[in-house]
Write a protein that binds this ligand. Structure first.
Ligand SMILES: C[S@@+](CC[C@H](N)C(=O)[O-])C[C@H]1O[C@@H](n2cnc3c(N)ncnc32)[C@H](O)[C@@H]1O
Length: 367
């Protein structure tokens, strides 16, 4: 599929499109306010007949000025339509999805709470290859991952909702695929475990499985607490390390090296360094599984759109050099690290691909 194909536009249409971009940050906030203040819900109640601004203002105890201003903006951006009665407003199909679609709500909340203020520093982030926008949460952090356990609650809530919404959708299928081997995998290392959601699922799926959890020291405390709450502490060993330090190695000979939504947190060179350490630690029968959302492997253009624009979060807020990768770049990293990708399974969950890798030196044995 050729992505983001442009339709031929007249000059008038192109300048209109350019205005949509020029006003996009304001329209984003207007759309959020329409949702958050309850105006979209009032429009929905009124149905196709529509409703005037005054009864909405009365019902929500807002000024007529404020409600009208937001409705007019909504009309211009296609969230709101003209109602049947002259001067009334109705909810459009786009407005319906802004109000009810879980993915849209999670993306919007995340872009507002985590990204919006910091995106102001995108130019600087691109120039310096540092997450310049992270300063909105304090000057002391080098990456968002060090900051994450210390961010304000509302920011953490939106970050986790975004992260979990996508990875949770792929975990059940991915788990069955990686465990479906003979001899049965007996050990797994969850690299970048975050709050240990995959570990808890894997430990519940296979009672014999011994799991090592890897993450940054502060983040790992949440993971350890969640594993304990699930009753799996006896089979789970935490390992607090910073994988940006090339001296930090992985335990050797583990059956499954699992990296989910993890490599997208790093730049090309760092990915190669991490994967090379995985390759060095792997035994002949070990497998390395990488679960990622690659924008070039999506079934729907809307997914690719969301992914390439999520990269901007990685630039301005997360690390300054990471992104949602194109699978060709990920495969190049895998190759440079001394691994060989022997299978890619697409279409897991909402948008994930699973890359199954072995050390290059074991390929002769596999053949
Ligand atoms: C995007 S989350 C992925 C979480 C989870 N694996 C999933 O599938 O949703 C990335 C995780 O990698 C961890 N991480 C980021 N940089 C790290 C580093 N330098 N060393 C170790 N862990 C790191 C973060 O703390 C975070 O928990």
């Amino acid at each position: 599929m050729k992505l983001f194909k442009q339709k031929p536009l007249t000059a008038y249409e192109a300048i209109y499109e350019a205005q949509k971009i020029a006003f996009a940050p304001l329209i984003f906030q207007a759309a959020r306010s329409l949702r958050e203040l309850g105006i979209l819900a009032e429009l929905e109640k009124a149905g196709k007949a529509g409703i005037h601004a005054q009864p909405i203002a009365d019902q929500l105890k807002l000024s007529l000025y404020g409600v009208e201003t937001l409705l007019e903006s909504g009309l211009s951006s296609g969230i709101v339509e003209n109602g049947a009665e002259e001067g009334s407003y109705a909810l459009s199909k786009v407005g319906h999805y802004l109000l009810h679609d879980k993915m849209t709500r999670i993306n919007m909340d995340y872009n507002h709470a985590v990204c919006y203020q910091g995106m102001y520093y995108l130019d600087e982030a691109i120039r310096t290859e540092k997450p310049a926008g992270l300063r909105v949460f304090g000057e002391q952090w080098e990456t968002l991952y060090q900051a994450l356990p210390h961010l304000p609650e509302a920011v953490q809530k939106s970050w986790y909702a975004f992260d979990h919404f996508y990875s949770d959708s792929a975990y059940p299928q991915a788990l069955r695929l990686i465990m479906d081997r003979e001899p049965k995998p007996r050990s797994l290392i969850d690299i970048g475990t975050n709050v240990a959601r995959f570990t808890v699922m894997a430990a519940g799926f296979e009672r014999e499985l011994q799991i090592t959890l890897v993450d940054l020291p502060d983040q790992l405390q949440n993971a350890i607490a969640n594993v304990a709450a699930a009753g799996f502490s006896d089979r789970v060993t935490p390992l607090a390390i910073d994988l940006l330090d090339p001296a930090n190695q992985f335990p050797k000979g583990i059956d499954i090296y699992w990296l989910s939504q993890f490599l997208s947190c790093f730049g090309h060179k760092e990915i190669v360094s991490i994967l090379a350490r995985v390759a060095q630690a792997m035994a002949e029968n070990s497998r390395c599984y990488i679960l990622e959302t690659c924008w070039d492997r999506q079934q729907h253009e809307a997914s690719s759109y969301a992914l390439v624009n999520t990269s901007l979060y990685f630039t301005a807020m997360a690390s300054g050099n990471s992104k949602m990768y194109d699978s060709r770049e990920l495969l190049a990293c895998i190759d440079e690290a001394g691994l060989k990708c022997i299978k890619i399974t697409d279409g897991l969950g909402l948008s994930h691909s699973l890359f199954e890798c072995v050390p290059k030196q074991s390929c002769l044995v596999l053949r």
